[in-house]
Structures are given as C-alpha cells and as structure tokens.
Design a protein around this ligand. Structure first.
Ligand code: SF4
Ligand code: FE
Length: 484
C-alpha cells in the first residue's frame, strides 16, 4: 500500500500503544479524546485530500525510489517544482483546516536527513544513507506520518549539551551495544507527536567533540518501549470538553504539541542515522530548519486566508464593510499574507540539487520567509481584532444563546445587520478568537515566532548567507573607490 485512506490512517493510529499523559492522567484512547481528536482530524486531511483527484497534483508525487504514487509528505523533493508544490500544498491544507496539520515536520526531516547522511557517508565512509533509504522506503510504503523531532529542552542556554547539570536535557546515547544504541532525554514542543506512527530524531544544535554522545539521529516507532508523551496545554483547550459547537471556534480541526520523553529507549543499528558525528549536527539543523522555514510560507498563509475571510465577514455582519478604512485594512492583511507566500515560493523556485539528489530551498530566502512569519501574522491578527471589534472577547457563550430564558436577549442585542442571524455573527467572531487567541493561536501566533527557530536564529543565517562583502564591492565600484 502506498496511499492510505483517511479512515485507514485513523485505524492505524488506534493500533498504536502510545503512552500519553494529558492533565496528569494517562489517556486510554488518544484518537477519540475530545481535546486531541481535532488535531488528528487535521492530519487526517493530509490523507483525505491525497485521494481527491482535484488535489492529486499537489498532494501526491512520484517516488524516486519506486516510481509509485506517494503522499507528498513522504516524498523527497526531486525538483524546484516539487519545492513549489510543497508550499502550495501547505497553503491548501491551512485553508482547509485553519490549524496546524502537523505532518510537515516529518517531510522536512526526511529531506534534511537524506542529504546529510549522504554527505556524511562520503566524507567519513559510514553507511547511514543506505539505512535511511530503507526507512524512507518503508515510510512511503506505509504512508506513515513521521514526527521530525529536533528541539531538545536545552536547560541552561549558556551551557553546551555535555556541560548541563542534568545530562538528559539533550537527547543522548547512554549505551552502545552490538545490536544498537540506548538513548535518554526528551524532545520538547513536538508537533503532531500523538498523531504520528514514527519518530525521526535529529540533534538540535551544532556540536563539538565533547558533545559527541549528543550528536545522534535515529528513527523509532512512536510507541517504542520507554517513550512517553506529555500533552501541551493550549489556550481555551477545555472548551473542547464542553461539547460546544460555536464556542470552540473551529470544531473540527486543531493542532498539538507535546513533550516526548525517551527513557532508555533501544534503537537497533539499522535505525541509527548519526551516532557521534558531531561535525555534521550543525548541517542537519541548518537544513531541517531551512525546510521548515520554507514550510511556514505555506501553512501560515493558508490559515491567514481563513482569518482574512473571517474578518471580511465580521465587517459585513457588523455593517462596516463599506467603510474605507476597513477595506484598506483588509487589503493590508492580504498584502502581508501574500508577501509571506511570495517568500515561500521564491525560496522554493531558487532551490538547488544536493549531493544526494534531492532538492533544497535557497537558504537565505527561506530564512527571510520565516523572519517575515515572526512579524506579519501578528499584524494580520491585530488588524483582524481591530475590525472584529471587542465583542470577540466579551460575547456570551453558546449556552446563553441557546438558553430558553435569555437566548432571545443574546439574539436581540448582538445582532449586527438585520439580514444575518446573530448566531452567524457569533460563529465568525469565535473563529477569529480561535485563530488569534484560542487553541489555533499556538500555530498562528507563538509558533510563528518560535517554530523552526526563534527570530534571532534567522538573523544569524541572514547575516551568514547575505554576502555583505559582495554588496560592499558593488558600492565601491559605483562610488569609484578602488576594488580589492
Ligand atoms: Fe506544518 Fe505549519 Fe504545522 Fe509546521 S506549523 S507542522 S509547517 S502546519
Ligand atoms: Fe512548526
């Protein structure tokens, strides 16, 4: 099988034996848990759309290993066209879910691990790439959702991994055996971890010789012995327990992050893709981060499309759609959103082939893309709140609207234009609240800041990739100053 249906995906998750804690309790059935399920629905959409002939071109690709049709999330980019389609697919999924659909981290991880293992083998004579290709083949065959796990808890940021008081603050090798390695530690903020079949671990920073035990990359089943998850809280998450339809803002979809803990997890050699080669850990981080910074030029734009649409509707329902400043603010929102997209497309179009044969984005433009993402969604959200009005955060609950006693008062006093039912107005405001302040704000706001690396990380890359010396030479030439 190379393409799972949405139902097969859900069933395959039920077969996993994940150890998930949520609000202090072990969750028996994550798939049906009301707080988790909307995030599963978002990943499910990546399977559903791959079956739809309308989206086949974006959602699927031809495997360079087997020539079979595979989900694009399991594909190694074979051209700049593939890179562009990736961004378009992410925008589409953002539009369909208005949430983080989580599966991108695995796609970005396989593309980074592929080229880095290849180059590592070339330089050091190791055989990681062969092992990784075997894993990839299985991933494509099984249509796995893979959690690309990079971010360690990191403890004291002024200390390197091996200097931390607690050695587990970075994932590390505690034992090397004849048949494999044993690892301990944790990965934080793991997007989609509970909805994944497999974990693909990568180191989180560039390392030096003393950190060699921390330079480790491997694949493991999401329910491997010794792996447990602690589910991350989101703003307004318990509204999902109220069986609410309106108040949740987005009833069907969501995203999630979790702390993933490795307590003496055994990894057989065939699943180990880096084991002590510290000089390659920085390269792996740079490539994964680069791909994920490209990703945000797609997913955030898709969610932005929904937010802009919701804001325009809120203006209409308020009777303010014709005001010139409202029109102008909506134009500004579109301008910002399309600027994010432009960078996502540009870094893809300017991509190039790596030594292993897959394609990588232009790193400078991908970092500019993500740097914009740390700002523009905030401005788009600010404008959405401006147009939506204060009612977005002061309006009564769905239960009040439906109350036999006071429902008519909510109905009467929160009506905007008379042609639109009050309920529609409340629904659209709750959706804006969800994206800007509620559960989806994790993905649209704070993750825009810190996901794929905090703003300063992009500025370091922009400084490195920006070629300042060439710019100075250009200026000298024009100004008539002798060249070097
Ligand atoms: Fe994909 Fe965006 Fe979620 Fe990252 S934040 S996993 S790129 S949807
Ligand atoms: Fe992310």
């Amino acid at each position: 099988m190379t393409l799972k249906t949405a139902e097969q995906y859900e069933e395959s998750l039920r077969k996993l034996n994940l150890k998930v804690y949520l609000q202090g309790e072990l969750v028996k059935n994550p798939v049906d848990h009301p707080i988790i399920r909307p995030s599963m629905n978002s990943v499910k959409m990546t399977y559903e759309l791959a079956q739809d002939p309308e989206y086949k071109d974006l959602m699927t690709a031809t495997s360079h290993l087997t020539n079979q049709t595979v989900n694009r999330f399991c594909h190694l980019h074979q051209s700049t066209d593939d890179l562009v389609k990736k961004v378009k697919m992410q925008r589409l999924l953002g539009q369909k879910t208005a949430a983080c659909f989580q599966r991108c981290v695995g796609m970005d991880a396989i593309n980074a691990v592929d080229s880095v293992t290849f180059e590592m083998d070339q330089k050091l004579g190791t055989d990681y790439h062969k092992r990784f290709t075997k894993f990839l083949l299985q991933m494509q065959e099984e249509d796995w959702t893979v959690d690309g796990a990079m971010t360690d808890p990191k403890g004291d940021r002024s200390l390197s991994p091996s200097k931390q008081v607690d050695p587990d603050l970075f994932v590390h090798i505690v034992e090397k055996r004849e048949d494999g390695i044993v690892v301990c530690g944790a990965k934080a903020h793991q997007t989609g971890a509970i909805n994944s079949h497999m974990i693909l671990v990568m180191p989180t920073i560039a390392m030096v010789k003393e950190d060699a035990d921390y330079a480790v990359s491997f694949a493991a089943p999401a329910d491997a012995d010794g792996v447990l998850y602690i589910y991350g809280r989101q703003s307004c998450d318990t509204r999902k327990l109220e069986d609410s339809d309106i108040d949740v803002g987005n009833k069907q979809f969501g995203g999630h992050e979790a702390l993933m803990v490795f307590d003496h997890v055994f990894i057989p050699w065939e699943s180990v893709f880096m084991c002590g080669e510290y000089e390659f850990s920085g390269l792996l981080v740079e490539r994964f981060a680069g791909y994920h910074r490209q990703s945000y030029g797609g997913c955030k734009v898709g969610v932005g499309d929904v937010l802009i649409g919701a804001t325009a509707l809120a203006a209409e329902y308020n009777g303010a759609a014709k005001a010139s400043h409202v029109k102008d603010k909506l134009i500004e929102m579109m301008h910002l959103n399309e600027t994010l997209y432009a960078c996502g497309i540009a870094c893809s179009g300017e991509g190039h082939k790596t030594a292993s044969g897959n394609y990588i984005i232009d790193l400078l433009l991908a970092n500019v893309c993500k740097q914009n993402v740390t700002r523009f969604p905030y401005e788009i959200a600010r404008l959405a709140e401006d147009i939506a009005g204060g009612l977005m955060v002061t309006m009564p609950s769905e239960k009040d609207l439906k109350s036999l006693e006071i429902g008519r008062l909510v109905e009467k006093y929160f009506r905007g234009v008379n042609s639109v039912p009050t309920e529609y107005r409340l629904r659209i405001l709750r959706l804006i609240e969800n994206i800007t302040l509620g559960t989806a704000a994790v993905g649209y706001r704070t993750e825009s800041m810190h996901g794929a690396g905090s703003p300063q990380a992009q500025r370091i890359m922009i400084a490195r990739q920006g070629n300042m010396e060439q710019k100075k030479e250009l200026a000298k030439r024009i100004a008539g100053i002798p060249q070097k």
